[in-house]
Design a protein around this ligand. Structure first.
Ligand SMILES: CSCCC(=O)C(=O)COP(=O)(O)O
Ligand code: ZN
Length: 207
């Protein structure tokens, strides 16, 4: 079988599996969230816009180029495709991007008045690239939500030069994480969501 077809088929499997895992944890309510995987030929396999990510079918995964243009004009890619493309352009070694809408990321980002959420002294910080100890802190940048995704991408752009270690959060919206492959991206998402849940619980204790 053609390597390209096999690679795409494997990407579809990765994306459907990731959607199920994210749905099991309540991170893709309604039709929220989107998932992508870079293909060996430089195309991006990404979820269609408006489908429930917990019940994806193979037909719900389409391909776009690095500028976010679908290879088949009749396909409507995720409304947030440009944010995925931006990550792949800045981090060519990355192979998967996940976007989820968890309660913790949504609530904490609406409560936090500064420009970043600080996660410090947690053992699970070691899930993020380059982190080797609990005795550290990770800043997760917060960006204002915007229906104009190209405009939102422009706001995020300067932060890629700062070595964002874990990903970022759009206020009142959700998280973006990435990894060299889907298992790594999923581990980062689960690690970040665990830490956000801890932070939310701690805020409840101190009300
Ligand atoms: C119902 S959530 C609103 C859209 C959104 O934020 C999202 O993550 C899903 O958009 P998509 O176009 O990828 O389905
Ligand atoms: Zn979203």
């Amino acid at each position: 079988m053609d390597q390209t077809v096999t690679d795409f088929a494997r990407a579809v499997q990765d994306i459907l599996f990731a959607g199920q895992r994210m749905d099991q944890r309540g991170w893709v309510p309604a039709t929220a969230g989107n998932i992508s995987r870079k293909l060996a030929d430089g195309r991006i396999a990404i979820t269609r816009s408006g489908c429930h990510k917990g019940f994806l079918q193979a037909a719900d995964v389409i391909t776009v180029d690095m500028q976010g243009k679908p290879h088949s004009p009749e396909n409507r890619p995720s409304a947030e495709t440009l944010l995925h493309c931006q990550i792949y352009r800045h981090f060519p070694q990355m192979g998967a991007v996940l976007h989820g809408h968890s309660v913790a990321s949504t609530v904490l980002s609406m409560e936090e008045e500064t420009a970043a959420l600080t996660l410090a002294d947690y053992e699970v910080l070691k899930v993020f690239e380059g982190q080797t100890t609990h005795a550290t802190s990770v800043q997760v940048p917060l960006f204002e939500n915007d229906q104009d995704i190209a405009q939102l991408a422009d706001v995020v752009e300067p932060f890629f030069g700062t070595g964002m270690p874990a990903g970022y959060i759009i206020r009142g919206h959700g998280v973006y994480v990435w990894g060299k492959d889907m298992p790594t991206a999923l581990a980062r998402l689960e690690g970040l969501e665990f830490l956000l849940a801890c932070a939310l619980e701690r805020r409840k204790l101190h009300v």
